[in-house]
Design a protein around this ligand. Sequence first.
Ligand SMILES: [Zn+2]
Length: 245
Amino acid sequence: MPRPTKAAVERVVDTPALLVRRVDVGDQDVLATFFTRERGAVSVSVRRARAPKSRLGPIEPLHTLQLRLEILARADAVKLRDLAIVRARLALVEDPARLDAASRLLRWLRALAPANVPEPVAFDLVDAALDRIEDGPSAAATAVLAVAGLSLAAAFGYRLELDSCVRCSAPCPEGSSALLDPAAGGIVCRACGGGSVLMRAALRQSLRRAMRGEETELGRQDAERVADLAERTIAAHAKGQEARR
Ligand SMILES: [Zn+2]
């Protein structure tokens, strides 16, 4: 039974997290939304976060954080007790291509993440992709983003079907190009009306390998194309237009 004390702390949760949205409030406060490994999306109001001597230090995106959250018994409210940067990704900020890829990935995460649900698979996937975007060549940032985006959609239950038609289940033969409809969830064959996105056979093969976790090279144009496909897949399942630029 919950005790009658108001704002009683029900439990304390320690969790890795990424900042996915930050809104400045007033002179010194911040409304921060984190994607946490243990509780999914969590929004907290942080008083004096922008004060020169903030107890928590700067609250910035791109870095992997470790949070201590107090879950209050009342109305599922959450308080941020502690925040530490466990992996700083300063190099992401210095390179426009890397920064763009990382920011898009965090935006997609924000668009898909449900509140109060543990999401270890999605968290680990995004955390690892941010590392690869930072550590890999700048020219490969969009390719990492593209594969991570499709994998992220799959982690939330929206896997893009690349093998057969989502309407009639007819298999798309090896070596054939395919027509995709991201909102429908994958291939829509000609007999079923055809998807609006044409994907060449070679790219479809590469993507199927990438989605199985195999090392795959995507050229720059293909990477852009697939990133767009991932964005449209995620936007079809996100609230509003949050996933789009
Ligand atoms: Zn069909």
